[in-house]
Design a protein around this ligand. Structure first.
Ligand code: EPU
Length: 424
């Protein structure tokens, strides 16, 4: 896949149906969970995005055999040949750290390159490592690699300093094969944690409480392969389309979308004037954007709060709202870097610390050349390009491809004038 650049002509109203893909952030831990049990695993509704290909590469480096077609990944983890997640893969994808817990639990040892800071912040993994230590692992850091060892992990009561999502997932996976009971307190409650817990239970684990702040895991001796498990729908992708339609007077029907995971987002969009009708049983959400959005106040928070992964997209939407909006980023320290690019396009945004003020009355959006700096920021620039007058060119599309499956095809199918130019 060649990243290239995206060309968007502003002013189109998206109208029609969009099918939501499987969730990247649910698929990645599920793929790593296959390391826990030898045999052939099959997972469906896996999104065809770069991060998934990177996860597949990691599984292959570890000795697994994997095939991926039609959104189904088959992984044979019978003959793993090493327990080290190398630096060149961790550098491409921080979520590679999710291999640490499963490898340690199954083989008694694991190594992973220490993930560095990234575009959205420092992102340490101290909580993952403290949790693994609490389960009895010896942890060391040497030459940029985390080395973990344990004969067999032992269940423990662990209280997380912050409800880290991948930290909770790593510890949950590690504890499935530990001796005795583990209790994770102040656990992340994201729907992706619930999806992982269901998959692990389908493999023979005994986990309860996922989706609440206390998760209990009764360790078992062995797990069996995951058979025909379907990854949950991507709530961030669904939220991105909801916001895009709300900002552009669009009218979209999202299919395979779980509205129950988007309560904070739909509440804010309704407050801003969008009309949203959700049918949880049919897994559809209909959104209609108003002539002009009203200003809102957004604060990101761990689930069930408003997700940091939709913060940049919501910022784009309110750049032309009928007043001043505020957006406070509480999860990552450096996740407002889309602002500079948005300003180039005429958005009236000022930033103080982790707070942005967006003056919808002072913005005058025009198409420009902008650069995407991270995955969700790239989606926000697409939305802004749809709202602006004229043509927007977005480079840095490799970030977009990490987590959005066929986004420009999906947008083009509902009438957005968007195309990819193959030269970067
Ligand atoms: N944190 C620590 N120590 C740790 C772990 C986290 O201080 O050991 C801090 C982080 O630095 C951050 C905060 O805790 O400030 C929250 O980070 P968290 O660990 O929850 O994030 P993550 O697990 O690394 C996942 C998603 C992110 C999403 C965040 C927050 C995956 C693979 N990634 O990351 O997704 O933004 O949770 O919801 O699930 C994306 O998809 O664009 C993306 C970045």
């Amino acid at each position: 896949m060649r990243p290239g650049r995206l060309i968007i002509k502003g002013g189109c109203r998206p109208v029609g149906k969009v099918e939501i893909s499987g969730a990247k952030n649910a698929a990645l831990p599920l793929l790593m969970a296959t390391l826990l049990a030898k045999g052939e695993h099959r997972i469906s509704n896996v999104p065809d995005v770069t991060d998934v290909h990177t996860a597949k590469k990691l599984l292959e480096v570890l000795g697994a055999k994997a095939t991926f077609s039609d959104q189904t990944m088959t992984i044979d983890t019978t003959a793993l040949s090493q327990t080290k997640a190398p630096d060149e893969i961790v550098r491409q994808m921080r979520a590679s750290i999710l291999a640490l817990g499963p490898l340690l639990a199954r083989f008694g040892e694991a190594e992973a390159a220490m993930p560095g800071g990234c575009a959205i912040g420092e992102r340490p993994v101290n909580i993952h490592l403290d949790g693994l230590s609490a389960l009895g692992a010896m942890i060391g850091v040497e030459k940029g690699y985390i080395r973990a060892k344990a004969n067999r992990l032992a269940g423990a009561r662990i209280r997380l300093d912050f409800p880290t999502v991948t930290g909770t997932e790593n510890l949950m996976m590690a504890a499935t094969l530990a001796r005795g009971k583990t209790i994770i307190e102040n656990a992340a409650q994201e729907p992706e944690i619930v999806d992982l817990s269901s998959a692990l239970n389908a493999m023979g684990a005994q986990i309860s409480g996922a989706g609440t702040e206390q998760i209990k895991i009764e360790g078992v001796r062995e797990l069996h392969p995951l058979q025909d498990y379907e990854v949950m729908g991507d709530r961030v992708e669904a939220g991105t389309f909801l916001i895009a339609a709300a900002a552009t007077r669009g009218d979209l029907l999202l299919e395979r979308a779980n509205s129950e995971y988007l309560i904070a987002t739909t509440a804010l969009l309704r407050q801003a004037g969008a009309v949203i009708e959700a049918d949880p049983a049919a897994r559809t959400i209909r959104v209609k954007g108003p002539e002009r959005l009203k200003s809102i106040h957004v604060v990101t928070a761990p689930y069930p709060g408003f997700p940091t992964d939709l913060q940049a997209q919501m910022m784009a939407a309110v750049t032309t709202a009928n007043g001043r909006s505020t957006i406070r980023e509480e999860i990552f320290e450096n996740r407002l870097m889309q602002v500079k690019e948005m300003q180039k396009m005429g958005a009236a945004i000022t930033v103080r610390g982790n707070m942005a003020e967006v003056n919808g009355l002072a913005s005058s959006l025009r198409g420009s050349e902008v650069r995407a700096m991270d995955l969700r920021a790239s989606a926000s620039l697409i939305i802004l390009g749809m709202m602006a007058e004229g043509t927007t060119e977005i480079t840095g599309i490799e970030h977009l491809d990490r987590g959005y499956e066929r986004i420009e095809q999906k947008l083009a199918a509902v009438g957005v004038d968007i195309s990819r130019l193959d030269i970067s």
